[in-house]
Design a protein around this ligand. Structure first.
Ligand code: NAD
Ligand code: IPM
Ligand code: MN
Length: 346
Protein backbone atom coordinates (compact mmCIF):
# COMPACT_ATOMS: atom_id res chain seq x y z
CA UNK A 1 0.00 0.00 0.00
CA UNK A 2 1.05 3.58 -0.51
CA UNK A 3 3.01 5.62 1.99
CA UNK A 4 1.22 8.42 3.85
CA UNK A 5 3.16 11.66 3.64
CA UNK A 6 2.41 13.44 6.89
CA UNK A 7 3.45 16.91 8.02
CA UNK A 8 3.69 17.24 11.79
CA UNK A 9 3.41 20.54 13.66
CA UNK A 10 3.83 19.80 17.37
CA UNK A 11 3.59 23.51 18.24
CA UNK A 12 3.71 24.82 21.78
CA UNK A 13 3.27 23.64 25.36
CA UNK A 14 1.70 20.20 25.62
CA UNK A 15 1.45 20.10 21.82
CA UNK A 16 4.80 18.36 21.58
CA UNK A 17 3.97 15.87 24.32
CA UNK A 18 0.62 14.77 22.91
CA UNK A 19 1.77 14.67 19.28
CA UNK A 20 4.56 12.24 20.21
CA UNK A 21 1.93 9.84 21.52
CA UNK A 22 -0.34 10.33 18.52
CA UNK A 23 2.56 9.42 16.23
CA UNK A 24 3.44 6.42 18.38
CA UNK A 25 -0.08 5.04 17.91
CA UNK A 26 -0.02 5.86 14.21
CA UNK A 27 3.22 3.88 13.78
CA UNK A 28 1.80 0.99 15.80
CA UNK A 29 -1.36 0.67 13.73
CA UNK A 30 0.69 -0.09 10.68
CA UNK A 31 0.26 2.08 7.57
CA UNK A 32 3.51 3.20 5.99
CA UNK A 33 4.04 6.77 7.12
CA UNK A 34 6.74 9.25 6.25
CA UNK A 35 6.67 12.21 8.63
CA UNK A 36 8.28 15.63 8.39
CA UNK A 37 8.28 17.80 11.47
CA UNK A 38 7.90 21.59 11.29
CA UNK A 39 9.12 23.71 14.21
CA UNK A 40 6.39 26.34 13.90
CA UNK A 41 5.26 28.03 17.09
CA UNK A 42 6.54 30.21 19.90
CA UNK A 43 10.20 29.12 19.75
CA UNK A 44 10.55 29.87 16.07
CA UNK A 45 8.69 33.14 16.48
CA UNK A 46 11.10 34.28 19.20
CA UNK A 47 14.15 33.12 17.25
CA UNK A 48 13.26 34.50 13.81
CA UNK A 49 10.04 36.51 14.06
CA UNK A 50 8.40 34.04 11.69
CA UNK A 51 4.98 32.49 12.27
CA UNK A 52 4.20 30.77 8.97
CA UNK A 53 6.62 31.63 6.17
CA UNK A 54 5.19 31.42 2.64
CA UNK A 55 7.74 28.78 1.70
CA UNK A 56 6.59 26.53 4.54
CA UNK A 57 2.95 27.05 3.65
CA UNK A 58 3.72 26.09 0.06
CA UNK A 59 5.52 22.95 1.22
CA UNK A 60 2.67 21.97 3.52
CA UNK A 61 0.30 21.90 0.56
CA UNK A 62 2.17 18.89 -0.77
CA UNK A 63 1.35 16.50 2.09
CA UNK A 64 -1.48 13.99 2.40
CA UNK A 65 -2.43 15.40 5.81
CA UNK A 66 -1.17 17.48 8.72
CA UNK A 67 -1.11 16.55 12.41
CA UNK A 68 -0.99 19.53 14.77
CA UNK A 69 -0.58 19.63 18.55
CA UNK A 70 -1.46 23.11 19.74
CA UNK A 71 -0.20 26.65 19.37
CA UNK A 72 -0.14 29.59 21.73
CA UNK A 73 2.23 30.63 24.48
CA UNK A 74 2.06 33.17 27.30
CA UNK A 75 5.32 34.75 26.06
CA UNK A 76 3.71 35.72 22.74
CA UNK A 77 0.98 38.38 22.49
CA UNK A 78 -2.48 36.80 22.10
CA UNK A 79 -3.46 36.34 18.49
CA UNK A 80 -0.01 36.26 16.93
CA UNK A 81 0.34 32.49 16.78
CA UNK A 82 -3.39 31.83 16.84
CA UNK A 83 -4.15 34.09 13.89
CA UNK A 84 -0.95 34.10 11.85
CA UNK A 85 -0.22 30.40 12.23
CA UNK A 86 -3.25 28.28 13.15
CA UNK A 87 -6.04 30.30 11.54
CA UNK A 88 -3.83 31.08 8.55
CA UNK A 89 -3.42 27.34 7.98
CA UNK A 90 -7.17 26.76 8.28
CA UNK A 91 -7.96 29.61 5.88
CA UNK A 92 -5.20 29.02 3.34
CA UNK A 93 -5.83 25.28 3.16
CA UNK A 94 -9.57 25.96 2.92
CA UNK A 95 -10.55 23.92 5.95
CA UNK A 96 -14.15 24.99 5.73
CA UNK A 97 -15.35 22.10 7.85
CA UNK A 98 -14.13 21.92 11.42
CA UNK A 99 -15.39 18.49 12.39
CA UNK A 100 -15.77 17.95 16.13
CA UNK A 101 -17.39 14.77 17.40
CA UNK A 102 -18.88 14.93 20.90
CA UNK A 103 -19.17 11.37 22.06
CA UNK A 104 -19.32 9.79 25.49
CA UNK A 105 -17.35 6.55 25.49
CA UNK A 106 -18.53 3.74 27.78
CA UNK A 107 -16.91 3.89 31.20
CA UNK A 108 -16.00 7.58 30.95
CA UNK A 109 -17.29 9.76 33.76
CA UNK A 110 -19.25 12.85 32.85
CA UNK A 111 -20.32 15.73 35.09
CA UNK A 112 -23.89 15.14 33.90
CA UNK A 113 -26.13 12.94 36.01
CA UNK A 114 -27.87 9.87 34.66
CA UNK A 115 -26.64 9.94 31.08
CA UNK A 116 -25.64 6.87 29.10
CA UNK A 117 -23.16 6.84 26.22
CA UNK A 118 -26.01 6.76 23.71
CA UNK A 119 -27.27 10.08 25.13
CA UNK A 120 -24.12 11.94 24.07
CA UNK A 121 -23.32 11.06 20.51
CA UNK A 122 -23.24 14.03 18.22
CA UNK A 123 -21.04 15.66 15.71
CA UNK A 124 -20.53 19.40 15.53
CA UNK A 125 -19.86 20.71 12.03
CA UNK A 126 -18.25 24.03 12.82
CA UNK A 127 -17.67 26.44 9.93
CA UNK A 128 -13.92 26.97 9.66
CA UNK A 129 -13.07 29.82 7.34
CA UNK A 130 -15.49 32.68 8.00
CA UNK A 131 -17.58 34.32 10.72
CA UNK A 132 -15.92 36.57 13.28
CA UNK A 133 -12.70 34.62 12.62
CA UNK A 134 -12.29 36.32 9.24
CA UNK A 135 -10.46 39.05 11.14
CA UNK A 136 -12.29 42.07 9.80
CA UNK A 137 -12.69 45.03 12.05
CA UNK A 138 -10.70 47.82 13.51
CA UNK A 139 -10.19 50.26 16.26
CA UNK A 140 -10.64 54.00 16.57
CA UNK A 141 -9.37 56.30 19.34
CA UNK A 142 -7.45 53.42 20.87
CA UNK A 143 -6.54 53.92 24.49
CA UNK A 144 -8.97 56.78 24.98
CA UNK A 145 -12.24 56.64 26.91
CA UNK A 146 -13.95 56.90 23.53
CA UNK A 147 -12.29 53.88 21.98
CA UNK A 148 -14.42 52.01 19.47
CA UNK A 149 -13.46 48.43 18.62
CA UNK A 150 -15.33 46.61 15.87
CA UNK A 151 -15.03 42.94 15.01
CA UNK A 152 -17.10 41.91 12.06
CA UNK A 153 -18.53 38.53 11.19
CA UNK A 154 -18.26 37.50 7.54
CA UNK A 155 -20.85 35.07 6.24
CA UNK A 156 -20.93 34.41 2.52
CA UNK A 157 -23.65 32.58 0.65
CA UNK A 158 -20.92 30.36 -0.82
CA UNK A 159 -19.26 29.68 2.52
CA UNK A 160 -22.46 28.97 4.39
CA UNK A 161 -23.90 26.76 1.67
CA UNK A 162 -20.85 24.50 1.40
CA UNK A 163 -20.63 23.81 5.12
CA UNK A 164 -24.40 23.33 5.48
CA UNK A 165 -24.36 20.89 2.57
CA UNK A 166 -21.55 18.96 4.20
CA UNK A 167 -23.57 18.78 7.43
CA UNK A 168 -26.64 17.49 5.59
CA UNK A 169 -24.49 14.75 4.02
CA UNK A 170 -23.13 13.83 7.46
CA UNK A 171 -26.63 13.72 8.93
CA UNK A 172 -27.88 11.58 6.07
CA UNK A 173 -25.13 9.03 6.74
CA UNK A 174 -26.07 8.62 10.41
CA UNK A 175 -28.92 6.60 11.86
CA UNK A 176 -30.92 9.46 13.41
CA UNK A 177 -30.55 11.72 10.36
CA UNK A 178 -31.16 14.87 12.34
CA UNK A 179 -29.54 18.23 11.65
CA UNK A 180 -29.74 21.15 14.06
CA UNK A 181 -28.71 24.64 13.04
CA UNK A 182 -27.31 26.53 16.00
CA UNK A 183 -27.16 30.31 15.65
CA UNK A 184 -28.53 33.48 17.20
CA UNK A 185 -31.08 34.50 14.59
CA UNK A 186 -33.01 36.56 17.12
CA UNK A 187 -30.14 39.06 17.46
CA UNK A 188 -27.65 38.45 14.63
CA UNK A 189 -30.40 39.00 12.11
CA UNK A 190 -28.32 39.42 8.93
CA UNK A 191 -26.02 36.45 9.36
CA UNK A 192 -28.69 34.37 11.07
CA UNK A 193 -31.09 34.94 8.22
CA UNK A 194 -28.53 33.73 5.68
CA UNK A 195 -27.82 30.59 7.71
CA UNK A 196 -31.52 29.85 8.31
CA UNK A 197 -32.50 30.36 4.67
CA UNK A 198 -29.62 28.19 3.52
CA UNK A 199 -30.66 25.32 5.78
CA UNK A 200 -34.26 25.69 4.72
CA UNK A 201 -33.38 25.71 1.03
CA UNK A 202 -31.06 22.70 1.19
CA UNK A 203 -33.54 20.77 3.35
CA UNK A 204 -35.62 20.27 0.21
CA UNK A 205 -32.76 18.24 -1.26
CA UNK A 206 -32.53 16.09 1.87
CA UNK A 207 -36.10 14.98 2.61
CA UNK A 208 -34.73 12.06 4.66
CA UNK A 209 -33.02 14.46 7.11
CA UNK A 210 -35.01 16.10 9.91
CA UNK A 211 -33.98 19.70 10.52
CA UNK A 212 -34.24 21.68 13.68
CA UNK A 213 -33.11 25.08 14.96
CA UNK A 214 -31.74 26.13 18.34
CA UNK A 215 -30.39 29.48 19.54
CA UNK A 216 -26.82 29.16 20.77
CA UNK A 217 -27.63 30.15 24.34
CA UNK A 218 -30.32 27.49 24.61
CA UNK A 219 -28.08 24.98 22.84
CA UNK A 220 -25.40 25.57 25.49
CA UNK A 221 -27.98 24.74 28.13
CA UNK A 222 -29.23 21.65 26.29
CA UNK A 223 -25.66 20.34 25.90
CA UNK A 224 -25.72 20.02 29.68
CA UNK A 225 -29.37 19.20 30.39
CA UNK A 226 -30.49 17.21 27.33
CA UNK A 227 -27.55 16.27 25.11
CA UNK A 228 -29.66 13.54 23.51
CA UNK A 229 -31.47 16.30 21.58
CA UNK A 230 -28.52 16.56 19.20
CA UNK A 231 -27.27 14.40 16.35
CA UNK A 232 -25.48 16.61 13.81
CA UNK A 233 -25.08 20.31 14.55
CA UNK A 234 -24.06 22.91 11.99
CA UNK A 235 -22.93 26.27 13.24
CA UNK A 236 -20.86 29.38 12.84
CA UNK A 237 -17.10 29.40 13.55
CA UNK A 238 -17.28 31.13 16.95
CA UNK A 239 -20.41 29.39 18.25
CA UNK A 240 -18.81 26.10 17.24
CA UNK A 241 -15.61 26.94 19.10
CA UNK A 242 -17.48 27.61 22.33
CA UNK A 243 -19.98 24.77 22.02
CA UNK A 244 -17.27 22.19 21.43
CA UNK A 245 -15.47 23.06 24.66
CA UNK A 246 -18.80 22.52 26.43
CA UNK A 247 -19.16 19.32 24.44
CA UNK A 248 -15.70 18.23 25.52
CA UNK A 249 -16.54 18.87 29.16
CA UNK A 250 -19.77 16.85 29.10
CA UNK A 251 -18.17 13.99 27.19
CA UNK A 252 -15.41 13.37 29.71
CA UNK A 253 -13.07 16.31 29.45
CA UNK A 254 -10.98 18.40 27.10
CA UNK A 255 -8.27 15.73 27.09
CA UNK A 256 -10.53 13.46 25.05
CA UNK A 257 -11.91 15.84 22.39
CA UNK A 258 -10.65 15.31 18.83
CA UNK A 259 -11.08 17.40 15.73
CA UNK A 260 -10.40 17.61 12.04
CA UNK A 261 -9.99 20.73 9.96
CA UNK A 262 -11.29 19.26 6.77
CA UNK A 263 -11.03 20.37 3.18
CA UNK A 264 -13.76 18.15 1.73
CA UNK A 265 -12.87 19.09 -1.85
CA UNK A 266 -9.32 17.84 -1.26
CA UNK A 267 -7.74 20.84 -2.92
CA UNK A 268 -5.29 20.93 0.03
CA UNK A 269 -4.39 18.64 2.92
CA UNK A 270 -6.72 18.44 5.90
CA UNK A 271 -5.33 19.03 9.37
CA UNK A 272 -6.12 17.06 12.50
CA UNK A 273 -5.64 18.33 16.04
CA UNK A 274 -7.04 18.00 19.54
CA UNK A 275 -9.70 20.58 20.45
CA UNK A 276 -7.62 21.71 23.42
CA UNK A 277 -4.81 24.25 23.44
CA UNK A 278 -1.20 24.31 24.57
CA UNK A 279 -2.15 24.16 28.28
CA UNK A 280 0.78 26.19 29.62
CA UNK A 281 -0.37 25.37 33.15
CA UNK A 282 0.61 21.71 32.80
CA UNK A 283 3.17 21.81 29.97
CA UNK A 284 6.35 19.80 30.39
CA UNK A 285 5.04 17.75 33.28
CA UNK A 286 3.76 14.67 31.52
CA UNK A 287 0.27 15.40 32.81
CA UNK A 288 -1.44 16.01 29.46
CA UNK A 289 -3.89 13.41 28.29
CA UNK A 290 -2.84 12.44 24.73
CA UNK A 291 -6.17 10.72 24.01
CA UNK A 292 -7.65 13.68 22.11
CA UNK A 293 -4.66 13.65 19.79
CA UNK A 294 -4.84 9.88 19.35
CA UNK A 295 -8.53 10.15 18.44
CA UNK A 296 -7.58 12.92 16.01
CA UNK A 297 -5.16 10.45 14.41
CA UNK A 298 -8.12 8.08 13.99
CA UNK A 299 -10.00 10.87 12.20
CA UNK A 300 -6.94 11.47 10.01
CA UNK A 301 -6.78 7.80 9.03
CA UNK A 302 -10.49 7.82 8.27
CA UNK A 303 -10.10 10.90 6.10
CA UNK A 304 -7.35 9.16 4.11
CA UNK A 305 -9.65 6.19 3.50
CA UNK A 306 -7.82 3.91 5.94
CA UNK A 307 -11.07 3.07 7.67
CA UNK A 308 -9.90 -0.20 9.21
CA UNK A 309 -6.86 1.42 10.80
CA UNK A 310 -9.06 4.27 12.01
CA UNK A 311 -11.53 1.85 13.61
CA UNK A 312 -8.65 -0.02 15.25
CA UNK A 313 -7.34 3.16 16.88
CA UNK A 314 -10.81 4.17 18.03
CA UNK A 315 -11.43 0.71 19.48
CA UNK A 316 -8.08 0.76 21.30
CA UNK A 317 -9.01 4.12 22.82
CA UNK A 318 -12.48 2.84 23.77
CA UNK A 319 -10.93 -0.21 25.48
CA UNK A 320 -8.39 1.95 27.29
CA UNK A 321 -11.11 4.37 28.44
CA UNK A 322 -13.25 1.52 29.73
CA UNK A 323 -10.33 0.35 31.87
CA UNK A 324 -9.43 3.79 33.21
CA UNK A 325 -12.54 4.13 35.33
CA UNK A 326 -12.20 7.87 35.29
CA UNK A 327 -8.74 7.90 36.89
CA UNK A 328 -6.36 8.57 34.02
CA UNK A 329 -4.04 10.59 36.23
CA UNK A 330 -2.59 7.33 37.45
CA UNK A 331 -0.59 7.23 34.19
CA UNK A 332 1.47 9.95 32.58
CA UNK A 333 1.22 11.14 28.99
CA UNK A 334 3.75 8.62 27.69
CA UNK A 335 2.25 5.66 29.54
CA UNK A 336 -1.18 6.31 28.08
CA UNK A 337 0.36 6.49 24.60
CA UNK A 338 2.30 3.27 25.22
CA UNK A 339 -0.78 1.42 26.42
CA UNK A 340 -2.96 2.49 23.50
CA UNK A 341 -0.16 1.75 21.02
CA UNK A 342 0.21 -1.73 22.53
CA UNK A 343 -3.51 -2.34 22.07
CA UNK A 344 -3.52 -1.39 18.40
CA UNK A 345 -0.39 -3.44 17.72
CA UNK A 346 -1.61 -6.50 19.65
P1 NAD B 1 -6.26 24.95 26.93
O1 NAD B 1 -7.14 23.99 26.20
O2 NAD B 1 -4.84 24.96 26.53
O3 NAD B 1 -6.35 24.64 28.51
C1 NAD B 1 -7.55 24.76 29.26
C2 NAD B 1 -7.46 23.85 30.49
O4 NAD B 1 -7.56 22.47 30.07
C3 NAD B 1 -6.12 23.98 31.21
O5 NAD B 1 -6.34 23.87 32.61
C4 NAD B 1 -5.34 22.78 30.73
O6 NAD B 1 -4.38 22.28 31.64
C5 NAD B 1 -6.42 21.74 30.48
N1 NAD B 1 -6.05 20.81 29.40
C6 NAD B 1 -5.97 21.11 28.08
N2 NAD B 1 -5.58 20.05 27.38
C7 NAD B 1 -5.42 19.04 28.25
C8 NAD B 1 -5.00 17.68 28.12
N3 NAD B 1 -4.70 17.13 26.93
N4 NAD B 1 -4.93 16.92 29.23
C9 NAD B 1 -5.25 17.45 30.43
N5 NAD B 1 -5.63 18.72 30.62
C10 NAD B 1 -5.71 19.52 29.54
O7 NAD B 1 -6.92 26.39 26.75
P2 NAD B 1 -6.40 27.84 27.22
O8 NAD B 1 -5.74 27.73 28.54
O9 NAD B 1 -7.56 28.70 27.05
O10 NAD B 1 -5.32 28.26 26.13
C11 NAD B 1 -3.92 28.09 26.26
C12 NAD B 1 -3.24 28.49 24.97
O11 NAD B 1 -3.60 27.57 23.93
C13 NAD B 1 -3.64 29.88 24.45
O12 NAD B 1 -2.50 30.46 23.87
C14 NAD B 1 -4.68 29.57 23.37
O13 NAD B 1 -4.75 30.56 22.39
C15 NAD B 1 -4.13 28.29 22.81
N6 NAD B 1 -5.13 27.41 22.18
C16 NAD B 1 -4.73 26.76 21.06
C17 NAD B 1 -5.55 25.85 20.44
C18 NAD B 1 -5.09 25.14 19.23
O14 NAD B 1 -3.91 25.15 18.91
N7 NAD B 1 -5.96 24.51 18.49
C19 NAD B 1 -6.80 25.55 21.03
C20 NAD B 1 -7.18 26.24 22.19
C21 NAD B 1 -6.33 27.15 22.77
C1 IPM C 1 -9.65 25.88 18.82
C2 IPM C 1 -8.95 27.10 19.36
C3 IPM C 1 -8.70 28.10 18.24
C4 IPM C 1 -10.07 28.53 17.72
C5 IPM C 1 -7.85 29.32 18.60
C6 IPM C 1 -6.56 28.94 19.27
C7 IPM C 1 -7.59 30.16 17.38
O1 IPM C 1 -9.67 27.65 20.41
O2 IPM C 1 -9.09 25.21 17.94
O3 IPM C 1 -10.74 25.55 19.30
O4 IPM C 1 -10.66 29.45 18.28
O5 IPM C 1 -10.53 27.94 16.75
MN1 MN D 1 -11.39 26.45 21.04
Amino acid sequence: SRTIRLAVIPGDGIGEEVVAEGLKVLQAVGPKVETTTYDLGAKRYHATGETLPDSVLAELRGYDAILLGAVGDPSVPPGVLERDLLLKLRFELDHYVNLRPVKLFPGVSTPLGGVRPEDIDMIVVREGTEGPYAGAGGVMRRGTPHEIATQESYNTAYGVERVVRYAFEKARARSRKKLTLVHKTNVLTYAGDLWARTVERLAAEYPDVTTDYCHVDAASMFFVTQPQRFDVIVTDNLFGDILTDIGAAVAGGIGLAASGNVNPDRTAPSMFEPVHGSAPDIAGQGKADPTATILSVAMLLDHLGLTEAAAKVEQAVADDLLERGGSWTARNTRQIGDDIAARVAG
